[in-house]
Design a binder for this molecule. Structure first.
Ligand code: SF4
Length: 226
């Protein structure tokens, strides 16, 4: 990739994450996307600094196929951190995790436990760039990218991590057991309690899972208010 397209990508990334204010001294926020403004407001300076330091990452081959680096979104002081496996097509286009139909469902679930992606919740993925055709992350990609997630977790210091989906669960826990088994235990991820539940996309595909997922999120709500 030549220098010009690298710079263009960087500027596009900055705009996605922080809106137009970083580009122009005269600030005109009227036309800025409300979500992007909200993202920017809720990124603490440490997270912004960290994001800026890695958003041009070339550590694995996904750098050459991504449209956008997807850092994460939410409250930098969140007590709940949700982690998916990797950005999908819409996330890659928008530069934000969990958008589209599954993102809407996730927002609905969060509202049901009196939370939102900007209040008390931070959402990220294990990988910051989309694997082609939404394939599962490769071990080599996880090796390169997981340290970024660990740094995010250190900065946010959540009380609880919820891993969304079997792939996220098995990637974080380094174990290949069925989701049902992963759901039944409270795990530990680098000193932070970790619960595994269904990915919202799985709930859309199979509404029968919704009852179990709702039980999980009720448990999450109760755990956080202990
Ligand atoms: S997936 Fe992670 S390691 Fe790979 S290029 Fe993106 S940020 Fe870097």
């Amino acid at each position: 990739m030549n220098e010009k397209s690298e710079i263009q990508k960087f500027l596009k990334q900055q705009k996605t994450l922080f809106g137009n204010e970083l580009f122009f001294k005269s600030t005109n926020t009227i036309n800025e996307d409300k979500t992007l403004l909200s993202n920017r407001r809720h990124l603490s300076s440490d997270l912004i600094q960290f994001c800026n330091s890695i958003c041009l990452c070339q550590e694995c081959p996904l750098a050459s196929t991504r449209n956008n680096f997807v850092f994460g979104v939410g409250d930098p002081n969140a007590d709940l951190m949700l982690i998916g496996e990797a950005p999908g097509e819409k996330e890659d286009q928008k530069g934000e995790p969990f958008v589209g139909k599954s993102g809407k469902l996730l927002d609905k679930i969060l509202r049901a436990i009196n939370k939102s992606r900007n209040e008390g919740v931070y959402i990220a993925n294990v990988l910051k760039c989309r694997p082609p055709d939404n394939r599962d992350p490769l071990a080599s990609e996880v090796d390169k990218c997981e340290p970024y997630l660990l740094r995010q977790i250190k900065l946010i210091k959540p009380k609880l991590i919820v891993s969304l989906g079997r792939v996220s669960g098995k990637t974080l826990l380094k174990t290949d057991i069925p989701l049902k088994e992963m759901r039944s235990t409270l795990h530990d991820y680098h000193g932070i309690p970790l619960k595994v539940t269904y990915h919202p996309a799985a709930l859309l595909r199979n509404p029968n899972f919704k009852k179990d997922a709702w039980e999980d999120f009720q448990w999450v709500r109760d755990y956080l208010t202990r």
